[in-house]
Design a protein around this ligand. Structure first.
Ligand SMILES: Nc1ncnc2c1ncn2[C@@H]1O[C@H](COP(=O)(O)OP(=O)(O)OP(=O)(O)O)[C@@H](O)[C@H]1O
Length: 217
């Protein structure tokens, strides 16, 4: 799976575009880091790619997954996973049911779905916590559960918006390894917004700096 962005720009109402038109190719299993000053439109860029732009914002340009144009598809048809720093688990569902909520529809039947969730919990270092109330998890456990819920939807691409910024240094490194290993294993392209150069370095991938400078201008 590859992610290809061509001439993408976003504006709010009739204001000037947030950033210069963007061309970007993210290879399978690669994480491209998006950096840039506060307010330049990093989160908005991810919203545009995922199809989640809020009212008032419009985009031009195109988003393709494996060569297929998804620009005009609703978010659920794009199958692009989004993980952000405040990703919350549903408080009224157990940890396991939170993950089951994310589970791809292709996995059918109670037993098969339960088994898929148990396996995912184990991979995330959360074995045995299926019935737990999310409120009783540690911050790191919650973050892993939220990331796993996103991964279980079998996304074709992953958008990470400061996913690790609430974690302490040790958990942060562990979560990064966990996330990047999944991205490589599943050979999906990923874009990660971060303010932390250490996050960018850990990806081993390219860094994209959003700017308002127009090319040649
Ligand atoms: N609902 C909204 N209505 C109007 N303007 C908005 C709305 N949401 C965001 N903006 C504006 O759009 C611009 C881009 O915001 P965005 O959150 O994408 O920036 P960012 O680069 O992710 O910033 P940060 O690094 O601070 O998170 C900002 O100027 C912001 O004020």
């Amino acid at each position: 799976m590859t992610l290809e962005i061509t001439g993408l720009s976003v504006r709010f109402r009739n204001e000037p575009p947030l950033f210069a038109p963007l061309d970007l190719h993210v290879a399978a299993g690669e994480v491209t880091t998006v950096m840039g000053p506060s307010g330049i439109g990093k989160s908005t860029l991810l919203d545009a790619i995922g199809g989640h732009l809020v009212a008032g914002f419009t985009m031009t340009g195109s988003v393709r997954l494996d060569g297929q144009e998804v620009t005009h598809l609703p978010p659920e048809a794009r199958r692009i996973g989004l993980m952000f720093q405040d990703a919350a688990l549903f408080p009224h569902l157990s940890v396991g049911d939170n993950l089951a909520f994310g589970l791809a529809r292709e996995i059918r039947g109670r037993a098969a779905r339960r088994a898929a969730v148990e396996a995912a919990l184990e991979q995330a270092g959360l074995a045995g916590l299926y019935e737990r109330d999310p409120a009783t998890l540690s911050g790191g456990q919650r973050a892993r559960a939220a990331l796993m819920r996103t991964l279980l939807a079998d996304p074709q691409a992953l958008l990470l918006d400061e996913p690790f910024s609430r974690l302490d240094a040790a958990r942060r490194a562990a979560m990064r390894d966990f996330a990047f290993a999944h991205i490589r294993d599943r050979a999906i392209p990923a874009l990660m917004v971060t303010h932390d150069p250490a996050d960018a370095e850990a990806t081993g991938g390219p860094v994209l700096s959003l700017t308002t400078e127009m090319p040649g201008g």
